[in-house]
Design a protein around this ligand. Sequence first.
Ligand code: CS2
Length: 473
Amino acid sequence: MPDHLLERATLSQVSASVKTPGYTTHPTETGVVHLGLGAFHRAHQAMVFDQLLREGDSRWGIHGVGMTQPGLVNKLRAQDGLYSVRIAGATGVEWQVPGALWQTSVATTERPKVLAAIAAKSTRWITLTVTEKGYTPALAQLLIDGLRLRHANGAGGLGGLTIASCDNLQGNGHKLKALIHATASSQDEALMQWVDAHCAFPCSMVDRIVPAATEEVATAAKEALGLTDDCALSTETFWEWVIEDNFVDPGDAALLAKCGVRVTNDVHSYEEAKLRMLNGSHSAMALMGAITGRPYIASCIGDDHIREFVYRLMSREVAPHLSRTDWADYRDALIQRFGNPYLKHSVHQIATDSSQKIPQRWPPSILGQMAKGQSFEHHALAAAIFLRYTLAVNEQGHAYTLNDPQAESLLAIGKDQVADAASSLKALLSRQDLWGIELTRNAHWAERVAYWHDQVIHQGVDATVKFAITLDA
Ligand code: CS2
């Protein structure tokens, strides 16, 4: 097998079984600036834009911005923005090389390039996947500076932008717009008026399971492509993108819809179902897996008691508060998706930033159950498991790292939990940033988490989960 790198010059050598762009990947004029060039964007939105480019609409080439790490951007540059994606589902496996990534830059070291891209005439959209913890004043300042440049260039007739947050946050478009307004200085008043009048901030729900790249996938890519690909990704067949019908160019709605994107005025019901069912179960399983030594989500859902736990969590405690009525089908499909053997989705990857994820994923269901006087035992057990996770050592005695902006405070809370459970529980459950004000004041919640924590510490996670699913609560 030749040891050539996947790049524009070698694209024609890619094995015929692999779907390749089939259009000229354009070097400079891009239509979308994407902030947060992680695996997710490259296997989700970049593939939707690839579809639009395939249909001959050249306005969807991406300028991808890595927020901090130059490593991935350098690798992608060496490959002219090309990379392969293994798509695995019930019907088998296929490989595709999307071609939408035309330009790249790193926000920390190439800021002027990013600002110029936001201000460029050809740019129509900004999309963002900067993760939950990325919604900072620094992000807003980057956008404000880019928009200021665009506004200043506006004499030449530049329009506003559709700015679509695609992170797992409820009401993500509203949150981004509010953050920009809160960060803008008094000198930016005219700019903010222009932003309000000419830019659109649609809310979005995005869904596709895309684990971080691994060596195993790179090896499989070499086999499938006949070329070396240092940026190969693996994902599932399923994908969903639901976006609010709120665009600067109203014509974009029909174009996206044609590619399978759901354009609607009711993103909220999709967001809440996805965050609480998919992501809520993901966080619970990830923490269980980290403690019990299961490496992947598929290894968790593959065990009957964990699958039953997740099924009950979704059916009994999440579903009653959703406005999406087809939740039973959604739940069953999720359980299938979690079991996809190709994904090898690391529990430690999902447990990363738990302090930023849990607030969106669990409290709304817990509060919903409380309001109806219904049981929240599954979530209480999940919260107890989260506390056990902060011990940073699994049940086999192996230490693991807590990758979390709150790691220091969580480790301090968790370290004495075996000897002094009451203090750790009190410290964790009084954190309003995690649970919200109402839950921190709820004695019944605290009592149930303490009950499950005692079980987890003394019986272990598996025995406790097995016991929990025998309860009819
Ligand atoms: C996961 C998500 O890492 C995580 O926290 O729950 O990345 C999840 O895989 C995606 O939201 C699926 O759409």
